[in-house]
Design a protein around this ligand. Structure first.
Ligand code: ADP
Length: 627
């Protein structure tokens, strides 16, 4: 929490100071009316002591009772008005402070998260990360706003009231302040009891939500299996668990305020009884000295001011603990350092020849749930500018992984990947990725206009360049037919585009980027055969002067490649041209038969291997689905 202030609060010290000072002053002003009331009773109505106030010069006090009464009214009225102004300032200060910190923290956390390596994202679910960016950051904002100011208010209230009481009558003060530690202890106990109950409640509401979400998503399957009764039962169980957890928390919660009132009530009665007895009969044993009726009134009124701030005491502890946890998560993230940042000082990659080589590359995923077993083993390859290398092989063979290594989404475990002789680990990551155009299996569009999506990454491209790129990607025609042409909003929440249309926009983006190296990961998989032919034509133009890698499931799309690498289980098992590989009659030839529909001609062994491989891929996917 200290780091939070040191790194993010310092810049907003003026707002913090305003909040702090205004809180103290507004609380102190709240003490004025009861004090002046007591004084007026004693000095003006009963004439038992002189009209004296700590911060009021004696020369300003009028002689006559009427004058003193007017002064009292004026002071009380003034303290309310000024108190209101301070209360406004207090809210302004704390809110401004908290909002500024929240904003800076969120932006920094996002920046830090964005620059982390892919394994970080592989390990975590989007919801979990969203929760750090939203809930945790908001939690800290709430604490800085409500928590700090409430804590301060409690401190000032207890100290201020204590001070006034002790000055007036230290002995009665002891009696009147008795409930304070009791209130604190009670609240603390309450928080300790309710916290695990709230945790149970959150867990059960999480389970209920997952169940509901899952069922709504799978409604068609439920209907198809006539499983309505079964599912109604499961939902009822989850809902009942939530009900029970909730009710348990409610039972504890509803004892809190009555408990607080009871303690304050007892305090009130004791103070009233002791003070009253004192006034009527004299000081009860072991107390000594004198008490004036006005002082007594001040005591009674002030003792009522404890309750509300003390009731918040528990909330503050709770808030503090939660904020500490949030703070740990947020700073945990800010402390992570990605390769991107680490490569910031490395020299830029300069591509001249455009030669990409893999030198005996091996790699295994190594995040949680993966043991780092090689997914890619001993891959050797060289591709020159103007050449196209195709990677083929069954699903899960490691084709995408090989290319992700080039982009340094992950770093190789063994061997090296070099561009024009420079190891990709020795260059600035941004320059490496700028040199590579990557069209992935799942074309991703950002929420924004078509134009913005095409120009994504080439942010200062002219409108003409965007249109040229779209034409080259065979996207211009359909974009023109969209409701607002290039200004149509697409992406999530935007106009729905077909997979093929999205793909063509992403291809236009790559054409506009004009990279030295082109990586097409099943770039035409979402497109019908006719569009595919068009796109392949334009991609061929684009690839003419580039170093190109292609992954395609449809072997027809790679038959023209200069070289084909056949991967199986992360290893290169065959390499050559389409014709050479067919002649070899190995894995490639079999894959080709499958695609040509000649299933009957497949060797038995191939099918058995396929079944074994599927089993492996499915078991590798299983944990991800179970999450
Ligand atoms: P292909 O592109 O040939 O279908 P991939 O490179 O996608 O193959 O996957 C190769 C293997 O690596 C598969 O077993 C797959 O389950 C695994 N894999 C792919 N991505 C990840 C990841 N992010 N984390 C862990 N394992 C992965």
């Amino acid at each position: 929490m200290w780091r939070l202030y040191a790194e993010y609060g310092r810049e907003s010290t003026p707002q913090f100071a305003v909040g702090l000072v205004a809180t103290v002053l507004s609380r102190l002003l709240g003490l004025v009316p009861p004090v002046v009331l007591g004084l007026a009773i004693d000095a003006v109505f009963l004439d038992r002591r002189a009209y004296r106030l700590a911060f009021l010069p004696a020369s300003l006090v009028p002689e006559t009772p009427l004058g003193q009464l007017r002064l009292s009214v004026a002071i009380i009225a003034g303290s309310f008005v000024v108190g209101a102004a301070f209360s406004w300032l207090q809210n302004w200060g704390w809110n401004a402070f908290a909002q500024r910190v929240q904003h800076a923290l969120r932006v920094d956390t996002y920046d830090a998260m964005q620059s982390l390596d892919m394994d970080f994202f592989d390990d975590r679910q989007t919801g979990e990360l969203m929760s750090v960016l939203n809930n945790d950051v908001n939690q800290l904002e709430t604490f800085l706003n409500d928590g700090l100011s409430s804590a301060l208010r409690i401190g000032v209230t207890v100290l201020g009231i204590g001070w006034v009481m002790v000055t007036l009558n230290p002995q009665l003060a002891l009696v009147a302040l008795l409930p304070v530690p009791l209130l604190a202890a009670f609240t603390y106990l309450f928080v300790r009891t309710i916290q695990p109950k709230y945790a149970a409640m959150r867990a059960s509401v999480g389970a209920l939500n997952s169940r509901l979400e899952n069922n709504l998503g799978g409604i068609a399957a439920i209907k198809a299996e006539s499983a309505e009764t079964f599912e109604s039962g499961r939902v009822a169980d989850a809902s009942r668990a939530y009900y029970d957890a909730n009710w348990d928390a409610i039972r504890t919660r509803i004892t809190f305020f009555p408990g607080l009132s009871l303690i304050t009530g007892v305090g009130f009665v004791v103070t009233f009884a002791v003070g009253g007895y004192w006034l009527v009969v004299g000081p009860p044993w072991p107390l000594t000295g004198a008490l004036d009726p006005g002082e007594f009134v001040t005591f009674i009124v002030l003792s009522q001011q404890f309750v509300w701030p003390m009731a918040q005491f528990g909330q503050i502890i709770n808030m503090y603990q939660r904020s500490e946890a949030s703070s740990a998560r947020v700073f945990g993230l800010l402390n992570e350092r990605g390769t991107l940042e680490a490569s910031e000082d490395a020299p830029d990659l300069r591509v001249s020849r455009g030669r990409v080589e893999y030198d005996d590359v091996s790699f295994g995923y190594r995040h949680a749930g993966d043991d780092g077993e090689p997914v890619v083993s001993n891959v050797d390859l060289t591709v020159e500018r103007g050449e196209t290398l195709a990677l083929v092989g069954p699903t899960g063979a490691g084709k995408s992984t090989v290319l992700k290594l080039l982009l340094r989404m992950y770093d190789v475990d063994e061997g090296a990947i070099r561009v024009d002789g420079t190891d990709v680990r020795d260059v600035n990551l941004r320059s490496l990725r700028r040199a590579i155009g990557y069209v992935s299996q799942e074309p991703f569009l950002f929420y924004g206009t078509v134009r913005e999506n095409v120009a994504y990454g080439s942010f200062d491209a002219s409108d003409e360049a965007v249109v040229e790129a779209a034409k080259a990607a065979q996207a211009h025609k359909f974009v023109r037919n969209l409701p607002d042409g290039y200004d149509t909003m697409v992406g999530e929440r935007g106009v729905k585009l077909s997979g093929g249309q999205r793909q063509r926009i992403v291809i236009a983006r790559t054409i506009l980027k004009d990279p030295d190296v082109l990586v097409l990961d099943e770039a035409t998989s979402h497109v019908d055969t006719e569009t595919e032919a068009l796109i392949r034509h334009s991609l061929a133009d684009l690839a003419a002067d580039k170093t190109t890698f292609v992954i395609a499931h449809r072997l027809s799309t790679v038959r023209d490649a200069d070289r084909i690498l056949v991967l199986d289980d992360g290893e290169v098992v065959e390499r050559g041209t389409h014709a050479e590989l067919l002649a070899r009659d190995g894995l490639y030839a079999n894959l080709w038969r499958v695609q040509a529909g000649h299933i009957d001609d497949l060797p038995r062994e191939f099918l058995e291997r396929a079944i074994r491989r599927q089993a492996r891929v499915e078991s590798a996917d299983a944990p991800a689905e179970g999450e």
